[in-house]
Design a protein around this ligand. Structure first.
Ligand SMILES: Cc1ncc(COP(=O)(O)O)c(C=O)c1O
Ligand SMILES: N[C@@H](CCOP(=O)(O)O)C(=O)O
Length: 462
C-alpha cells in the first residue's frame, strides 16, 4: 500500500511514513494510491460486531503490514477503552428514516476522539521503534486541539503545540486545552481565525529547515491516519441499518472536510452510500462551491457552531484530486489560485464528478437554534449546534434510503448556545466536572510564522 501526494511531486510513502510525515513535501495531502475494496460479504459480516473489530477489519487493508495483526488489535483496544459508551458510536432514531450517530462519547466529547485516540496509540508505537522525539503542531477551531492534547499529554518524546483562534472557541473548549498541567502541552491562542492557524501550520510544514529541526508531525486531518480512523463509523452505522443489502445516506456537519471525506472513502471501499450531504453553517463556502463551481473565500464569520467556522477547507483538496482524475498538476494550479487570489473555479468535469457524490445545504444561526429546540421537543435529544446544522440540512435531504446524521460533539461543550436555544444548560459529565476549577495556562501569539517558530523552538528546547 503506497500513499501519493495530491500535488503529484512528493515521493510515495508507506502507511507509517505517511502517518509520521503529515503534509507532503510538495505541500499536498497524502492519499492511498488505490483504495482497497471490501466485498459485499465482508461488509455484511461487519453487522453486529464490536466497534473495535469493525475498526480492525476496515483499517487493516490500508496498513501495508506496518503493524502486525495482534499489535494493531491491541492499539485499537487501547484507543477505545476510555470511551464512555459500550457501543462507542451508538445511534438513536430521530424520525422515520432519520438516525443520529452519536460520536461524542470519547474523552473530550467530540468525534475527533475516534481518530485522535487511535493515532495517539499508533504514533507512540511507531516512535517506540525508532526512539525518535517529535514536535506535534496542530491547528484547531476547538475540538481537534483538546482531542490531541488528551491523546499526547504527558508523553516524554512528544511536545504538542495547539494553535486556536483567540476568543473564538467556547469556554469549555478553551479550558480543555489550557488546563492540562503537563509540561509537554502548549496552548497557543493565535490572533486570527482558524484559517490563519491552519495556514501558519502548513507554512511550518513548508519550511523544511524548521520542519526537520523540530521533527514536525501533524495530527490534523492533514494526516491520512486521521481520515482513515473516521472511515470506520460509516461502516458500523450503515451495517447496523442493513447495508450492504440496502443503501444509506449520511449528512455530515462540515468544516475542514475530513469527516465527510472519510465517508467518500467508505463509499469507494464498497459501502453502498446513496448520498453524502455536506452541511455547513453560515460559513458556507463548500455549499456555494458545490452549487456554483466557484470556490471563493469571503472571510470567516464567527457563529454559534464555532468548530465549523472555516473557509479554507483542507481536505477539499483530496476530493478535488479524485474528481480531477488524480491530476496533481491541476490540483497545484487550483491551490496556487486559492493562495494568490482567494479562490478558483472548479473545472466543469470535476464539478460534475463532485456533484455525483456530494449534495449540500446551509443552516443559518436562527435555523440552528430552532433545530436544537425542535429536536429536543420532538425526540428528547439535546443537540450541540454543529449536530443541529447537520440535522437541519438532513431534513431537507430525506429520501428513500435511511439518513444518518453525524452528531459531532456533546451539547455540554457549547452550553451557552444550547441554553439560548432551549433554556436548558447541559452539564459536563463526571470526568470533566472540575474543568472550571482548574488553573489555565495559555500564550497569546501573533499570526506570524517567524514569531511562532521562534516560540516553538524555545519551548521545545531546540
Ligand atoms: C463539532 C464539530 N463538528 C463538525 C466539524 C467539521 O468536521 P470536518 O472539519 O471534518 O469537516 C468539526 C471540526 O472539525 C467539529 O469540531
Ligand atoms: N473543527 C476542527 C478543525 C480542524 O479539523 P481537522 O479535522 O483538520 O483536525 C477542530 O475542531 O479543530
Amino acid at each position: 500500500m503506497r500513499y501519493i501526494s495530491t500535488r503529484g511531486q512528493a515521493p510515495a510513502l508507506g502507511f507509517g511514513e505517511a502517518m509520521m510525515t503529515g503534509l507532503a513535501r510538495d505541500g499536498g495531502l497524502y492519499l492511498p494510491e488505490t483504495v482497497p475494496q471490501l466485498t459485499a460479504d465482508q461488509i455484511a459480516a461487519l453487522a453486529g460486531l464490536r466497534y473495535e473489530e469493525i475498526a480492525f477489519r476496515v483499517m487493516r487493508p490500508f496498513l501495508g503490514g506496518f503493524f502486525g495483526d495482534d499489535e494493531f488489535r491491541g492499539l485499537i483496544a487501547a484507543a477505545y477503552k476510555g470511551f464512555h459508551h459500550a457501543a462507542r458510536a451508538p445511534m438513536v432514531q430521530l424520525g422515520e428514516n432519520h438516525f443520529l450517530l452519536e460520536l461524542f462519547h470519547g474523552p473530550t466529547l467530540a468525534f475527533k476522539d475516534f481518530a485522535m485516540q487511535l493515532i495517539g496509540q499508533m504514533m507512540q508505537a511507531a516512535l517506540a521503534r525508532t526512539g525518535e522525539r517529535i514536535t506535534i503542531v496542530g491547528a484547531t477551531s476547538g475540538d481537534t486541539g483538546s482531542a490531541a492534547i488528551e491523546a499526547f499529554r504527558g508523553l516524554k518524546n512528544v511536545d504538542v503545540f495547539i494553535l486556536f483562534p483567540h476568543g473564538r472557541v467556547s469556554d469549555v473548549q478553551r479550558r480543555q486545552m489550557t488546563t492540562p498541567s503537563e509540561q509537554n502541552v502548549h496552548a497557543l491562542a493565535i490572533e486570527g481565525d482558524f484559517d490563519d492557524a491552519q495556514a501558519r501550520l502548513k507554512d511550518m510544514f513548508n519550511d523544511f529547515a524548521f520542519r526537520d529541526r523540530v521533527r514536525l508531525a501533524g495530527v490534523n486531518s492533514i494526516n491520512w491516519a486521521r481520515v482513515l480512523a473516521q472511515v470506520v463509523y460509516y461502516f458500523s452505522s450503515a451495517t447496523a441499518l442493513g447495508a450492504p443489502h440496502r443503501k444509506v445516506s449520511f449528512t455530515v456537519p462540515t468544516g475542514n472536510f475530513g469527516d465527510i471525506f472519510a465517508g467518500h472513502i467508505a463509499k469507494q471501499m464498497g459501502l453502498p452510500i446513496d448520498r453524502l450531504v455536506i452541511a455547513t453553517n453560515q460559513n458556507d463556502i463548500l455549499h456555494r462551491a458545490l452549487t456554483t463551481g466557484d470556490y471563493r473565500t469571503d472571510g470567516v464569520r464567527p457563529s454559534i457552531s464555532p468548530s465549523m467556522d472555516i473557509q479554507v477547507s483542507s481536505n477539499f483538496e483530496r476530493a478535488l484530486f479524485l474528481a480531477l482524475g488524480g491530476d496533481g498538476a491541476a490540483v497545484t494550479r487550483l491551490m496556487d489560485g486559492l493562495k494568490q487570489s482567494g479562490g478558483f473555479t472548479i473545472p466543469a468535469p470535476a464539478l460534475a464528478a463532485l456533484q455525483s457524490v456530494f449534495a449540500s445545504g446551509r443552516c443559518s444561526e436562527d435555523e440552528t437554534r430552532a433545530t436544537i429546540a425542535a429536536t429536543l421537543a420532538a425526540t428528547g435529544e439535546l443537540l450541540c449546534p454543529h449536530s443541529a446544522v447537520g440535522v437541519k440540512v438532513a431534513q431537507e435531504h430525506l429520501g428513500a434510503s435511511p439518513m444518518i446524521t453525524l452528531a459531532t460533539a456533546h451539547p455540554a461543550k457549547f452550553p451557552d448556545a444550547v441554553q439560548a436555544a432551549t433554556g436548558l444548560r447541559p452539564g459536563l459529565p463526571p470526568h470533566m466536572a472540575n474543568l472550571f476549577d482548574r488553573p489555565e495556562r495559555q500564550t497569546v501569539v501573533p499570526n506570524d510564522l517567524t514569531a511562532l517558530e521562534t516560540l516553538i523552538l524555545e519551548r521545545a528546547g531546540l
